[in-house]
Design a protein around this ligand. Structure first.
Ligand SMILES: Nc1nc2c(c(=O)[nH]1)N[C@@H](CN(C=O)c1ccc(C(=O)N[C@@H](CCC(=O)O)C(=O)O)cc1)CN2
Ligand SMILES: [Mg+2]
Length: 294
């Protein structure tokens, strides 16, 4: 079997186009141009690329953007003060603090300060809580991107066994919630899957992965999931982005997996671009929510 390649880059472009149109319609009707403020602390090269790509995507979608660059030596109190200033700035609709933060800064405490109505990453406790309760405000970008990818590639999810490998706050946990959501919860994104969360400490991880119809790999370990771990015909969604020398690889061994799976996302060009596409949607939604017209 040679797996079908799920072209996340093309789907992200399609979604960005839809958001650009929706933004133009909103502004034409007298709505305020949405504005996204990104906070980048330090100069991690990958974060620099992601923030630049977010700004470029905003520009192309007709969304205003700001970049607040802070030195790696910024203190916790200084960073909190910047976030609070953005919370109180009426021009700013969406705020994101690019992760990871430099060592010494308490990520959780910073994310707790972001105004939940401007929290377009959906990382604040209030927005995570709403998602858990099945009445989300903003959907978290990467998991929402995965659900859109599955939907737009017409991959059947209801009733399927999805194995999510990884339990991070950003991907694993919200991914499992969205995929397991029942109709009428989590909006049209409800997926009605049977979900297993597996991780590095799971007994018989290979056996668990082999029981999955759909595998979402988000462990952060280069090429950890081997082709021999997969059920023939499984769908493989690789959320990992790992730099190995000058190569970018996912958490799945792509060549081996492609020989066994029915469909697979590449790295790069799979899930990554969808994260940014979904961020734009959340930013437009934040601008609309402010007026009570979302
Ligand atoms: N505040 C946030 N921080 C981080 C998030 C996030 O959603 N919010 N996610 C990741 C980084 N990230 C966005 O911020 C992100 C990662 C990767 C991509 C992407 O398009 N990747 C490309 C490859 C690009 C490359 O060469 O590195 C791909 O997969 O094709 C977009 C966004 C952690 N931090
Ligand atoms: Mg990818």
């Amino acid at each position: 079997m040679t797996a079908r390649i799920l072209d996340g880059k093309a789907i992200a472009a399609e979604i960005r186009g839809e958001t650009a149109q929706q933004t133009a319609d909103w502004v034409a009707k007298g709505g305020k141009q949405p504005c996204l403020a990104a906070v980048l602390v330090g100069s991690d090269p990958a974060s620099e690329v992601y923030v630049r790509n977010k700004q470029r995507a905003c520009e192309r979608a007709g969304i205003d953007s700001q970049l607040h660059r802070l030195d790696a030596s910024t203190s916790q109190a200084e960073l909190i003060a910047v976030v609070e200033r953005l919370n109180n700035d009426p021009h700013v609709d969406g705020i994101l603090v690019q992760l990871p933060l430099p060592a010494g800064l308490d990520e959780r405490e910073i994310l707790d300060v972001v105004d939940p109505m401007k929290d377009v990453d959906a990382f604040s406790p209030e927005n995570v809580g709403l998602l858990v309760q099945g009445r989300p405000r903003f959907l978290p970008c990467t998991p929402h991107g995965v659900v859109q990818l599955l939907k737009r590639c017409q991959i059947p999810v209801p009733g399927k066994h999805v194995v999510v490998i990884g339990r991070s706050d950003i991907v694993g946990k919200p991914m499992a919630l969205l995929l397991a959501a029942r109709d009428g919860t989590c909006g049209p994104e409800a997926a009605n899957a049977t979900v297993t969360i597996a991780h590095s400490q799971s007994d018989d991880l290979e056996g668990i992965v082999r029981s999955g119809d759909i595998i979402v790999a988000a462990v952060g370990r280069p090429e950890m999931v081997r082709g021999s771990w997969l059920k023939p015909g499984a769908v493989v969604i690789d959320v990992g982005i790992n730099r190995v020398g000058d190569r970018l690889v996912g958490d799945v061994h792509f060549e081996e997996a492609s020989a066994v799976a029915s469909a697979i996302t590449p790295v790069p060009g799979g899930v990554g671009p969808l994260t940014i596409a979904m961020l734009l949607q959340n930013t437009l939604m934040a601008a609309k929510l402010k007026t009570g017209k979302a």
